[in-house]
Design a protein around this ligand. Structure first.
Ligand code: DC
Length: 227
């Protein structure tokens, strides 16, 4: 993959946000990482926050389908303690069972609110040297940062997304097919902030694109819309 060129100048003092949504395996994480490197921005994969909460729930033997008011309080407290520097530190975050619990939790209004608060806290208080963010997830363009300077919806045919997901993991592939379909269905049909295409999103279908082509298209759009 060609090396991204680092760009330093940014338009305002307010941290710049590039928002990216799309289903699993669409390539949104790869594009987000590329844009972050090219434009010298920090990257937050918001799915990892839901996965962190999923791990917390599993580690504390809580039932994601039946959380009490007390559970709600401890989980909300936990979310405030999540450290952006170690968001990806635990290998168990990538397991299918963690993703499945995360997807169930992501349907809960109070969890979504707490995660969004966490995201706003990061963007409002960027660490020294961070001038903007690339944030990817399912509702970033539509609900969390609807005023982002560039908004993307990344997609790909279902079989291509499944093949990409299977390549990333050592887990049994028949489980992955069933789980991913189930999560995608849940993420797109839940009542609160389901995955949808924002009206002003730049849509990239990566089914027949190389990583270079997809990243180049996204990068051109950012240059036009944010700089
Ligand atoms: O992108 P991912 O597979 O790591 O996300 C884990 C789960 O969290 C997935 O079911 C979608 C959900 N999610 C969400 O509802 N909203 C986001 N902004 C990010 C992820």
């Amino acid at each position: 993959m060609q090396q991204p060129q680092i760009r330093q100048t940014l338009p305002s003092k307010t941290p710049l946000v590039i928002a990216i949504d799309g289903p699993s395996g669409s390539g949104k994480g790869t594009i987000a990482g590329y844009l972050a490197a090219q434009f010298n921005l920090a990257h937050i994969d918001s799915g990892l926050i839901y996965r962190q909460v999923g791990l917390y729930v599993m580690d504390h033997h809580l039932d994601p389908d039946d959380l009490s008011a007390k559970d709600e309080e401890v989980i909300k407290d936990f979310i405030t303690t999540i450290d952006p520097k170690t968001l990806d530190a635990d290998a168990r975050l990538r397991l299918e069972k963690t993703a499945n619990v995360a997807s169930k939790l992501a349907a809960l209004d109070w969890i979504r609110k707490a995660v969004n608060q966490w995201l706003y806290a990061q963007v409002d208080n960027p660490p020294e040297g961070v001038v903007g963010y690339v944030i990817d997830g399912r509702d970033i363009t539509t609900a969390v940062f609807p005023n982002a300077c560039a908004k993307f919806y990344i997609t790909a045919d279902e079989h291509v997304r499944l093949e990409r997901r299977k390549k990333e993991t050592l887990e049994v592939s028949s489980h992955i097919t069933r789980n991913m379909n189930e999560r995608d269905r849940r993420d797109a049909t839940r009542k609160i902030d389901p995955l949808t295409v924002a009206v002003d999103a730049f849509i990239i279908d990566t089914t027949h694109l190389s990583i270079d082509e997809a990243c180049h298209n996204a990068s051109q759009c950012v240059t036009e819309r944010c700089f």
